[in-house]
Design a protein around this ligand. Structure first.
Ligand code: HEM
Length: 412
């Protein structure tokens, strides 16, 4: 895949950047107040401090010290061997890292095994839809979360986006497995490694001249940023499944939320910021996610890479225009326009009119014969899209992926 050339990106996004400067698409986050109450969190209580100024001090100090001590290459090599939740930590890790990880790998006392088992049932039943929504709702949305797009683009992983997407998809894969949080599963390992990677990014990005030039914060990945990204995942996925009228029993919906609440905790998000219910999650997302969505030159390039990656995975059976139309349908005109996704006169109306009836047919709520003609015509393509989602969602499971602590930024 073509590597991101910063010059091209900046040129491609120049017009949008100018619109931003004029205030047409200015992210509102800088001024949006934090009023969400910790009463709505899994902790039920807390100081209620604006998470914009809260990071992950324990992990951050530790990883900064590992980087400064030059121990990251050795640690990454050792951590490659640590893959299963129940596995002892490898010998030879620095003592301070070992102590931290022994604490960080503990699931919270409020984790509920029964709910996690139900979450697996949901993932198994709904894997088809989850693949598409993680990829084309969450993944695409991440490109219009300005802070995330910039952090991803200018950090070490930004130099090889395909590898980065694969590593990120591992988390989406691991959380859906039957043993996600059990000793033979891998989700805890993935979360702890990701927490360390994020701590590395917090230390390194402020040293990047590229990032500091465009960033609107001094240290990236605050607790607030983390919750924003979290909402682009489960909250957005569930909102879409509801919009598409996929029937979901209450217990499964709650269980899916629970598996993501545990993930948030394991990623180092404080319990007082993790919403306890979908109502609370939707309220928080409305406050922190919706107002900040905006285009950036970096995000536009990342979105283009995502669309190309999808088409490549399916060997071109589903082409970029179809995925572009899917993105427009899922995220709406404004975001699609921001991302410079062209209108598709053939496919845009097909998604508008046929996607929901297609779901109804798949769910046995409508017979194919009674469905509008357009559904019958588009059925094959839609089914193929769902399969592509599964490829995106599941194919990463077989690869020996090891999430690493970065020790440098993207040099480009
Ligand atoms: C790395 C997931 C929030 C920026 C990763 C990785 C995963 C992940 C799985 C490892 C992949 C890799 O090494 O390339 C998540 C989840 C989040 C979250 C589930 C929230 C619930 C954020 C936020 C930002 C961010 C808010 C920035 C604003 C990054 C960056 C890396 C990374 C820059 C790459 C480090 C590198 O270059 O090696 N994240 N992330 N993440 N994340 Fe996050």
């Amino acid at each position: 895949m073509e590597k991101p050339g910063r010059r091209n990106v900046l040129m491609a996004g120049g017009t949008l950047g100018a619109l931003g400067a004029l205030g047409v698409a200015t992210p509102a986050q800088a001024s949006s107040l934090w009023t969400w109450s910790p009463k709505g969190s899994v902790a039920g209580t807390g100081e209620g401090a604006d998470p914009r100024r809260v990071w992950d001090p324990e992990a951050d100090d530790l990883v900064a010290s590992l980087i400064d001590r030059g121990e990251v290459p050795k640690v990454n090599k050792l951590l490659k061997k640590w893959t299963k939740n129940g596995q002892p930590l490898p010998d030879g890790l620095p003592a301070d890292l070992r102590d931290f990880m022994e604490e960080a790998r503990k699931v919270p006392s409020w984790a509920d095994e029964g709910k996690l088992a139900t979450a697996y049932q949901f993932n198994e039943k709904r894997g088809l839809y989850l693949g598409v929504t993680y990829g084309f709702a969450s993944g695409m949305m991440s490109t219009v979360i300005p802070r995330e797009a910039r952090a991803v683009y200018y950090s070490k992983g930004g130099a090889d986006m395909k590898d980065r997407i694969t590593k990120t998809a591992k988390l989406g894969y691991d959380i859906g497995t039957s043993n996600a949080y059990k000793p033979d599963g891998e989700m805890i390992v993935t979360c702890v490694k990701t927490r360390l990677a994020h701590a590395g990014v917090r230390h390194l990005l402020p040293q990047s001249p590229h990032w500091t030039k465009v960033a609107d914060e001094e240290i990236p990945i605050s607790q607030r940023d983390m919750m924003v990204t979290w909402h682009s995942l489960p909250t957005t996925v569930m909102q879409n499944l509801k919009k598409w009228k996929v029937p979901i029993p209450e217990a499964e919906s709650e269980a899916f939320l629970h598996s993501w609440q545990v993930a948030a905790h394991m990623l180092g998000i404080k319990d007082e910021y993790i919403p306890k219910s979908w109502d609370e999650a939707n309220a928080q997302a409305e406050q922190v996610l919706d107002p900040l969505l905006a285009p950036t030159p970096e995000g536009i390039k990342l979105a283009d890479m995502l669309l190309n990656l999808g088409a490549q995975l399916d060997f071109g059976l589903i082409t970029k225009p179809v995925l572009g139309a899917l993105t427009r349908y899922v995220l709406g005109d404004q975001i699609a326009n921001w991302l410079k996704i062209p209108r598709e006169p053939l496919w845009d109306p097909v998604f508008e009119t046929a996607w929901e009836p297609f779901i109804a047919v798949r769910e046995g709520l409508l017979s194919l014969e009674k469905a509008p003609g357009i559904v019958q015509k588009a059925y094959w393509a839609f089914d193929e899209i769902l399969r592509l989602g599964v490829l995106l969602y599941l194919s990463e499971g077989d690869l020996p992926i090891s999430i690493q602590i970065p020790d440098a930024n993207n040099p480009n």
